[in-house]
Ligand binder design. Structure first.
Ligand code: 2AM
Length: 178
């Protein structure tokens, strides 16, 4: 199965992010109900490994924290391929992401080695699909975006189903932070 670990976002934050996404000239937008903050992408893993990972995530002890979303950015530089909302620095978020990564690795599901840049993706597209100049101007214009702070009390193990209409995220388990 295709699996990842993420923070779910409060409904009002997803609505704010959806409004932000509509202020940007994006070819496609992530539907607000599937917006999330990825902690670790495990990729395709066998069910037995997912079971192991679940037990490892259950054993994580990490504090709850407050999170603020701030700013807007593009991944891919001149060849932009995604727009995202940024996250104000929060050491407890990085701490949690490290714990999830270590747990997944121990369970035999080493996450992607890309550096942890906390973000919430608003839209993904192929390079060249978006009007880069307009998009960059809109991103600069909306740098003042902020949402929260909101309480992060748990994290979620998701299974991702890829359908023609887009991704559907099935919640496998939710783990409470202390
Ligand atoms: P993204 O928000 O940066 O696109 C489920 O696919 C989640 O896992 C997405 O939110 C995605 O993050 C993240 N992810 C990280 N690495 C990925 C990869 N190589 N392929 C697909 N999704 C990835």
């Amino acid at each position: 199965m295709r699996a990842f670990v993420a923070l779910d976002l409060p409904e009002e934050v997803r609505q704010r992010l959806n409004l932000l996404a509509f202020m940007l000239p994006l070819p496609r937008r992530v539907p607000p109900e599937t917006m999330h903050l990825t902690l670790a992408f495990l990729g395709e893993i066998p069910e037995a490994v997912a079971e192991e990972a679940h037990h490892a995530f259950e054993a994580i002890h990490a504090p709850a924290f407050a999170l603020t979303l701030a700013g807007v950015g593009l991944f891919g530089g001149a060849q932009a391929r995604a727009a995202f909302a940024g996250v104000a620095p929060e050491p407890l978020l990085a701490h949690l992401a490290r714990k999830v990564e270590t747990a997944a690795r121990r369970a035999g599901a080493p996450p992607e080695a890309r550096r942890f840049v906390p973000h919430v993706t608003l839209g993904r597209f192929r390079p060249g699909e978006a009007d880069a100049a307009r998009l960059e101007r809109a991103v600069v214009e909306h740098q003042g975006f902020a949402a929260g702070p909101f309480a992060v009390r748990d994290f979620v193990f998701y299974r991702s189903h890829l359908w023609a209409e887009g991704a559907h995220h099935e919640e496998l388990a939710r783990y409470t932070l202390g």
